[in-house]
Write a protein that binds this ligand. Sequence first.
Ligand code: OSB
Ligand code: MG
Length: 370
Amino acid sequence: MLQIESAEILLVRLPLKFRFETSFGVQTEKLIPLLVLRGGGLEGVSEGTMEFAPMYREETIAGALHLLREVFLPRVLGRTFANPEALHDALGSFRGNRMARAMVEMAAWDLWARTLNVPLGTLLGGRKEQVEVGVSLGIQADEAATVDAVRRHVEQGYRRIKLKIKPGWDVQPVAATRDAFPDIKLTVDANSAYTLADAGRLAALDAYGLTYIEQPLAWDDLVDHAELQRRLATPLCLDESVASAQDARKGLALGAGGVINVKVSRVGGHAEARRVHDIAQAFGAPVWCGGMLESGIGRAHNIHLSTLPNFTLPGDTSSASRYWAQDVINEPLEAHDGLMPVPQGPGTGVTLNREFVEGVAELQEEHRPQ
Ligand code: OSB
Ligand code: MG
């Protein structure tokens, strides 16, 4: 049985090793909430991917902390569940806030996998021992800097390069990159910066053999994406606008895209991420595992999810050492030749570096049954 005896919330701030510019701004550090669930002498750990401000989707760290403390943790603390799906159902009547609910659900999966003494990926039904990965590169100063950044990562063996774009900076970096690297798997991500009025500009990208164009239109839209897809040859990939398996079904049924970026946290946890994966597979649509600049905890969860069979395109789960001088976990998560080994051992296979995390934590609180 999955027994939830106590919980711990930690909040750490990590400096990013690179400046990450996207259509919604520049990021140089990451504020990361972590959740530990304990039971039966074991612990499961998860990472929240909501941000300080509601830039990517509507959730925020402050909102998540409030919900964990006052609403979600009181629903699970001191209780015993048959499995993580049953725990998830205990939070199932709440609306939205899927990243916050995912923190509870994902920590429960890690704890449950450790209780059963199996790797999380195996428990989810995955088979791979390593997963293909690419990189997501922020907007660079100019074409030359873009090509330099692409070259560095191609040389490291990454299997796909994704360039962030925004209105006014789209065809230029793509044309320069394609010119220098005619054969690489290349994609772009607009993070919702365009509207249908930009369809002509986006159609110009058809000339560069992109594997997909990620989330060009509004974060909560499916209908305009379907209209845009009718005007483009390049498949659209949905990120922000798929918050659930039902969204995935509606998006694929509408023809809003042909690829889905699955982020386990965005859709509310591993069980829902697996349903998104299954629905996409039924539509013949490939999926890949997105990232939110996670620390080793979220990264390990992503890698395990990526072992499912319809994750056939390289994910954003690149080496942890690209992001952090010091990670929050003890184990390295390093890709070689674009292949990320799935951490072995029970659960996520990674463990919190307590000394480091407690040293930098801006918040550390214990929660017990009331
Ligand atoms: O749109 O995929 C995105 C990072 C933060 C928020 C949204 C996105 C991203 C990335 C980075 O593209 C992926 C990564 O390296 O983790
Ligand atoms: Mg994206």
